[in-house]
Each structure stands twice: as structure tokens, then as C-alpha cells.
Design a protein around this ligand. Structure first.
Ligand SMILES: NC(=O)c1ccc[n+]([C@@H]2O[C@H](COP(=O)([O-])OP(=O)(O)OC[C@H]3O[C@@H](n4cnc5c(N)ncnc54)[C@H](OP(=O)(O)O)[C@@H]3O)[C@@H](O)[C@H]2O)c1
Ligand SMILES: [Zn+2]
Ligand SMILES: [Zn+2]
Length: 334
């Protein structure tokens, strides 16, 4: 234990698309053995000597997302942009300068800096809170940074784990939401999620009809391989913005024709998770507005993780797997 560490006994962890990218080596080969998982919920079991005892006590139900440490000194850290700190430590697949390797939430316990441990409001069930710690904040941040409010016309492209939470948050902020998926398969379910409109990006006539209708598109697809920016972006009005949170294979490149952006006054950019303040705000908002990610729980085990990853790869989950049953697998006393 370092002075600012908190140790947490894990009870649940969402399965994020990033877990699969990392395990597959999409971002380069990580070390092994490696426990991925950064949508973690658990109970506090140990508290470091310098942790603020008025904020945390043994037994508290807390959450941990994809970031577990930042430098605290750089411009970004001082301006509530911790998730953009270049010296941040990631919850898994990160090696500290002294060689210490981080391990994520497909494990019995985790120990991280108290700055990145979040109290879970009573109104939020564990299985609904878990996916918010990464997927939820990653979808919400582009909406907050843009200033989405009542009437903003928001497109959400890629209706998977993060995409479905982005729809829920955009609706909670009062936006008019268009779900954009590669094909027709998710039309009905997008309506059930609350989307006001639906566009299948494979259908040119739907793209044409939706032209100049959106202020912001949040692209939550896991790859750009089947997303053609130049056909989807005209859904934006001039001065519109596309923010992608996609973290694809390192070899993927985005091709941009400058004149296309110039003539349309379009902006394009990326977004990484969210700040400490934004995460605290999100948890409060989710509890107050009863925002519940659609989850499928699955007991943690080698067999079940393999099966969940296989089904995720096939898009066969509505919409987030959450690993549970930690005591059954690891034993209650771990
Ligand atoms: N920026 C960040 O801080 C951050 C944080 C967490 C995760 N991520 C990244 O966000 C992405 C999405 O994560 P997720 O957990 O939501 O994954 P997911 O549940 O697998 O959903 C991804 C969605 O992308 C679309 N898709 C799948 N294959 C595609 C392809 N080849 N080309 C284009 N679209 C494709 C599908 O939507 P449709 O069927 O509707 O088209 C699918 O539902 C991943 O790349 C993940 O690593 C980023
Ligand atoms: Zn994630
Ligand atoms: Zn920093």
C-alpha cells in the first residue's frame, strides 16, 4: 500500500470493447499474465495512511474506471483533463517506470490511487454502475464537452456497449437522438433505447434523407474499417462536429480530404474517457435520472469470459456483459 492507495475487493466488472482490443494485441502485445477489465465495482478493504478518511471507509461500494493514476502536476491535470494526462497510468496493460505492471478487474482485488476511486450512489445497482465507469463516461464526455442540451441534434454511430449508453445519456440531457448503425438490424432496438430516428449507414437513400440534420455525431464504433466518414459526416449541418471514441488497431488510419472539411465547416476529433469531475457528475446523473445500461450478467470464469468475448465479437450482446459471481470463483475470503 502506498499512502494514497485504496484496496478494493471486486464484486463485478463490465466487459469493454477495449478488453478485447488489448487481449488481441490490436494496440501492440501487452505483457502476460494480464487481467484486463476497467469497469470495476467492489468494496473497500484497505485504506492508505494519507487517504481522506472522511471520503472513504472500509466496506464502501466504489467504482474504478480505465485510469488509475495521473501526474497531478501537468497543465492537463490542473485543468480537469486527467484522462488526457500523458503520464497517466491505465488500470491494466500499463507499466510504471519502476517496472510495476497494472492489472485490471478480471481479478479478485485491485489497489489504486484514491483519486480514481468513485463512491457509487445508493440508487445505482452494481450491475448498472459497472459499465458506466468506462463505457458510460466515454459516451457522455463528448456530449458534455459539446454542451448538449434540450433540442441538440445528436447522432450516435455504432450501437454497441458504449453507443447504447451514449443514447441513454443524450436523451437524459434532452437531445433529439439519431442512432446510426451499419445496417438495419438495430432499428427496433434503437427505438426501445429511446432514439428518435435511425439511419442504416449502408443505405445511401437514408443517408441522403438525413443530410444536414445533426449538430454532433459521437462515433462509438470499434473500428473505422466499415465506417466511411465521407458518407456519414454529411448528416452534420455545417459547423457540425464528429467526435470519435473508437480505439482501433494501431495500424488503422483515418483518411480525410481537406476540402471536404473546408467546404462543410466540419470538425473532427477524438475523446478519451472523462475527468474525475465528469465521472462524479455522471454517477449522480445516472442515479437521479435512473439511467440503467442494458446488461447481461455472466459469472466470471475462463470458460465464460471466452464465451462472452466470442459473442461480443459477433455483436451478440444487448449491450454490455458484466462479470459477477466473484466469490464463487475466487472464494469469499480472498
Ligand atoms: N476513447 C475512450 O476513452 C474509449 C474508452 C473505452 C472504449 N473505447 C473504444 O470504443 C470502441 C467501442 O467499444 P464498445 O465497448 O462499445 O464495443 P462494442 O460493444 O463491441 O461495440 C462496437 C460497435 O461498433 C460497431 N462495429 C463493430 N465492428 C465494426 C467494424 N468493423 N467497423 C465499423 N463498426 C463496427 C458495431 O455497431 P453497429 O453494429 O451498430 O454498426 C458495434 O456494436 C472500442 O474501439 C473501444 O476500444 C474507447
Ligand atoms: Zn473501456
Ligand atoms: Zn498530468
Amino acid at each position: 500500500m502506498r499512502p494514497h492507495d485504496i484496496q478494493v475487493k471486486i464484486i463485478a466488472c463490465g466487459i469493454c470493447g477495449s478488453d478485447m482490443h488489448c487481449a488481441k494485441g490490436d494496440w501492440g502485445r501487452a505483457y502476460t499474465p494480464l487481467a484486463v477489465g476497467h469497469e470495476i465495482i467492489g468494496h473497500v478493504t484497505h485504506i492508505g495512511t494519507e487517504v481522506d478518511k472522511s471520503k472513504f471507509k472500509i466496506g464502501d461500494r466504489v467504482g474504478i474506471g480505465p485510469e488509475c493514476e495521473c501526474c497531478g502536476k501537468c497543465y492537463r491535470c490542473k485543468h480537469e483533463l486527467e484522462s488526457n494526462c500523458v503520464s497517466q497510468a491505465l488500470t491494466y496493460a500499463y507499466v510504471y517506470p519502476d517496472g510495476t505492471k497494472t492489472q485490471g478487474g478480471y481479478a479478485d482485488n485491485i489497489r489504486v490511487n484514491d483519486k480514481f476511486v468513485f463512491q457509487i450512489p445508493d440508487g445505482l445497482e452494481t450491475i448498472h454502475a459497472a459499465p458506466l465507469l468506462c463505457g458510460g463516461i466515454t459516451g457522455l464526455r463528448p456530449l458534455l464537452d459539446y454542451g448538449v442540451k434540450k433540442g441538440t441534434k445528436v447522432g450516435v454511430s455504432g450501437i454497441g456497449g458504449i453507443g447504447h449508453m451514449t443514447i441513454l445519456f443524450a436523451k437524459a440531457l434532452g437531445a433529439e437522438v439519431t442512432a446510426i448503425s451499419r445496417g438495419e438490424k438495430k432499428r427496433e432496438i434503437s427505438k426501445k433505447l429511446g432514439a428518435d430516428h435511425y439511419i442504416a449507414a449502408s443505405d445511401e437513400s437514408q443517408l441522403k434523407e438525413g443530410k444536414d440534420s445533426l449538430d454532433l455525431i459521437v462515433n462509438t464504433a470499434s473500428s473505422f474499417s466499415q465506417t466511411h466518414l465521407e458518407s456519414v459526416m454529411p448528416l452534420l449541418k455545417p459547423n457540425g462536429r464528429m467526435t470519435f471514441i473508437t480505439a482501433p488497431e494501431l495500424k488503422e488510419k483515418v483518411e480525410i480530404t481537406p476540402f471536404f472539411f473546408l467546404f462543410n465547416n466540419y470538425s473532427i476529433g477524438g475523446s478519451a474517457a472523462g475527468s474525475v469531475k465528469q465521472i462524479e457528475y455522471m454517477l449522480k446523473l445516472a442515479a437521479e435520472k435512473h439511467i440503467k445500461p442494458w446488461v447481461e450478467t455472466i459469472d466470471i470464469s475462463e470458460k465464460n469470459v471466452k464465451e462472452a468475448w466470442r459473442r461480443m465479437e459477433e455483436g451478440d450482446v444487448k449491450f454490455r456483459f458484466v462479470l459477477t459471481g466473484y466469490d464463487k470463483y475466487f472464494g469469499e475470503k480472498n
